[in-house]
Ligand binder design. Structure first.
Ligand code: HDE
Length: 679
């Protein structure tokens, strides 16, 4: 990339990038060293000497390499990109980066799981973090969201309790990155405001197929303010261009072992391949006058605004187009904060958001070791910054001049606060009056109606997954009373749901009718999301002696954006008829069916019993996870042995062109839920 093509953030980061390749080894003081393998000793077999500054420097630095992981969202992965607004949003907000469609604002996005520690696996059942830093000309704006639009608690003061409950239990530090244990469900049952967020957590949304295929939500209600001072309430959304898609639970668990880096690998690889992940930014806007015109409190973070009632307006697109150079320097040291705002965007009084406004700077102080974390390259704004803050651990800026206070005479009263006309941030002049109280607002006390809305909006397969997930999670709960409490609690959401999972966990089956709420919101179901074969990964099983058409099929799949990887008994070149050769990417052992979206059993003459057994494992697993299977030539016979042909999503056409078309159509469906599984 030439310098002119690089955005402001990339040019800024260039100043800090270092490349050691081909260089002489030096100490941190720049001294070239003649030796790096042996410490300085008194005699070849003698003790190491104190004066060995090189050993001391190298070892001390190593000893201090680690910083505390994030208390939540420890496991994450990030990428750089750009955001462009479609048209000026000046009617609603004066935010500079939302005015001009020709301006590309650099962004840095970190995706994460919440509960697991840094070394846990990617596909745990969990909410995902979706945090975006916009490096705008008016300062950094952070949209620190999740892939669910609602949260488990309504007030920031309850966050430590919630996190303690979901994290591994303190007496034995188990289980890692799981909500399927007693303390999480104890918390849920005894804090019923969790009901709606739990429905998201227990649904397919909590096991995404890819970071590229999940929605993001700002969760809280924020405010937009335009140039004329007009205020509206706003909720933020990210909509993935590839649609919203999930794994199935059995796959998610197995992937945890087969490739714990499944999601980060997917993000990294797609950016390296030029399949840049894209998300559209959406806003839901409510006029200030309409604040009280809803049957829920718009400040309550356990409530969403149904998209059918308040449409999502798509206002711009974000493209992630560059991987980080160094995960620690960028992904680990990035410091997000919902309080990083720009003129035109302000907070609401959502008590959860208010709590977050305290927590994020506080946590960076311990995590990044002092108050100068804004100077770290990844955190620096691209616009200049000036104030009277000074010193502290790791300070890098060399502030010149005599004064570091305001007001002053010696520096002509600078740096001077900017007026709103000059771009100075001004909080909304909201009139606030009230008694000091510690209590829940009356308008925050209803916890079940939107949990029911979510349940009502699910397709049949999605409902079944929710029942299965409750049965799994509660099946892991040791305490019988907690299991029963959850059944009782969720019978307020849906009696039929509670009855179904109560059966599976040995609880008393509740009696009574379903709630009277019948409203549903089609936008909540993944079945209604965009479906495309683009970037779907197909495992191609072939053996030596494969037919010519196989190559044609693979080429056409690739030209439609479907990715293919060849799996065989051994690595190396596979020889087909008429001298065609294809290179195997994996052996049966190094790959696994759970790592693919579809399977193409292409055939080949050189087959034996051992390979057939492995192929059976691949086809059975792919079938059981409702994914597309295609077979041609000898591959069809291999499939027929297991009686899979003729099922939905199993393509066995003879003509290679017809086969390819049908196979792609089936991949576009992603899952074939109508498939009847036996056994
Ligand atoms: Fe966070 N959260 N959070 N959170 N959160 C953190 O900040 C906190 C909440 C979210 O990739 C921490 O730098 C409180 C909601 C994301 O670096 C910490 C409350 C939402 C990330 C913190 C919440 C989020 C964090 C830990 C309740 C969705 C990862 C490390 C009042 C809208 C950002 C850090 C990254 C991280 C506190 C609730 C999203 C401790 C007190 C709601 C995506 O400051």
């Amino acid at each position: 990339m030439s310098n002119e093509e690089k955005n402001d953030k990339q040019q800024q980061l260039d100043q800090f990038r270092a490349y050691d390749h081909g260089k002489k080894l030096t100490t941190n003081q720049g001294l070239k060293m003649a030796e790096d393998e042996f410490s300085l000793k008194a005699g070849e077999r003698g003790p190491t000497l104190m004066e060995d500054f090189h050993f001391r420097e190298k070892m001390t630095h190593f000893d201090h390499e680690r910083i505390p992981e994030r208390v939540v969202h420890a496991r994450g992965y990030a990428a750089h990109g750009e955001f462009q607004v479609y048209e000026s949003m000046k009617e609603y907000t004066k935010a500079g980066f939302l005015q001009d469609p020709s301006i590309k604002t650099p962004v840095f996005v970190r995706f994460s799981t919440v509960a697991g520690s840094k070394g846990s696996f990617d596909t745990a059942r969990d909410i995902r973090g979706f945090a975006t830093k916009f490096y705008t000309e008016e300062g950094n704006y952070d949209l620190v969201g999740n892939n669910a639009p609602v949260f488990f608690v309504q007030d920031g003061i309850k966050f430590p309790d919630f996190v303690h409950a979901v994290k591994p239990e303190p007496h034995n530090e188990m289980p890692q990155a799981q909500s399927a244990h007693d303390t999480f469900w104890d918390f849920v049952a005894n804090n019923q405001e969790t009901a709606h967020a739990v429905m998201w957590h227990i649904s397919d949304r909590a096991i995404p197929r890819s970071y590229r295929m999940m929605e993001g939500f700002g969760v809280h209600t924020f405010r937009f303010i335009n140039e004329q001072g007009k205020i509206s309430f706003v909720k933020f959304h990210w909509k993935p261009v590839l649609g919203v898609h999930s794994l199935v639970w059995d796959e998610a668990q197995k992937i945890g072992g087969k490739n714990p880096d499944f999601h980060r690998q997917d993000l990294y690889d797609s950016i390296e391949n030029g399949d840049y992940p894209e998300f559209e930014l959406g806003v839901q806007i409510i006029d200030e006058e309409d604040e009280f015109n809803f049957d829920f409190d718009i400040l309550d973070p356990t409530k969403l605004w149904p998209e059918e009632d308040v449409p999502v307006k798509l206002i711009g697109k974000m493209t992630l187009n560059r991987n980080v150079d160094n995960v620690f320097a960028e992904t680990e040291q990035v410091a997000f904060h919902p309080g990083h705002v720009v003129p035109g965007i302000d907070f609401s009084n959502d008590p959860l958001l208010q709590g977050r406004l305290f927590s994020y700077t506080d946590t960076q102080l311990i995590r990044l070791g002092g108050p100068n974390f804004h100077e770290l390259p990844i955190n620096r704004p691209v616009c200049p910054f000036h104030n009277n803050q000074r010193d502290g651990y790791g300070r890098q800026t060399i502030n010149q001049g005599q004064t570091s206070y305001y007001k002053n005479y010696l520096a002509n009263n600078t740096p001077t606060p900017a007026s709103p006309e000059e771009g100075g941030y001004e909080h909304v002049h909201e009139k606030v009056e009230g008694r000091k109280v510690r209590s829940r607002s009356e308008s925050f006390k209803e916890h079940f109606s939107q949990a029911t809305l979510f349940w009502n909006s699910m397709s049949e397969p999605e409902k079944q997954h929710i029942i299965d997930a409750f049965s799994f999670e509660l099946g892991k709960v040791q305490n019988k009373s907690i299991r029963q409490q959850i059944v009782d609690m969720f019978s307020n959401v849906s009696m039929s749901l509670a009855k179904e999972f109560a059966k599976n966990i040995g609880a008393d089956i509740p009696s009574g009718e379903d709630t009277l709420i019948t409203k549903s919101s089609p936008a909540l179901s993944q079945e209604n999301s965009i479906k495309t074969p683009a970037t779907r990964k197909t495992g191609v099983i072939l053996m030596d002696g494969f037919e010519e058409d196989v190559k044609r099929i693979i080429d056409s799949l690739n030209s439609e954006g479907v990715q293919t990887e060849i799996i065989s008994n051994r690595l190396g070149l596979k020889r087909g008829v008429n001298g065609i050769e294809l290179e195997a990417d994996h052996t049966f052992e190094t790959a696994d069916p759970v790592l693919f979206d579809a399977l193409y059993v292409a055939g080949g003459k050189d087959i034996n019993e051992a390979s057939l057994k492995k192929i059976q494992y691949y086809t059975d697993e792919t079938f059981a996870h409702y994914k597309t299977i295609g077979a041609t030539h000898e591959g069809k016979e291999w499939l027929d042995k297991h009686k899979l042909s003729g099922n939905s999503g199993v393509i066995t056409e003879d003509d290679w062109k017809v086969f390819t078309r049908q196979f792609i159509e089936a991949i576009t469906e992603h899952r074939h839920w109508s498939r009847k599984l036996t056994g």
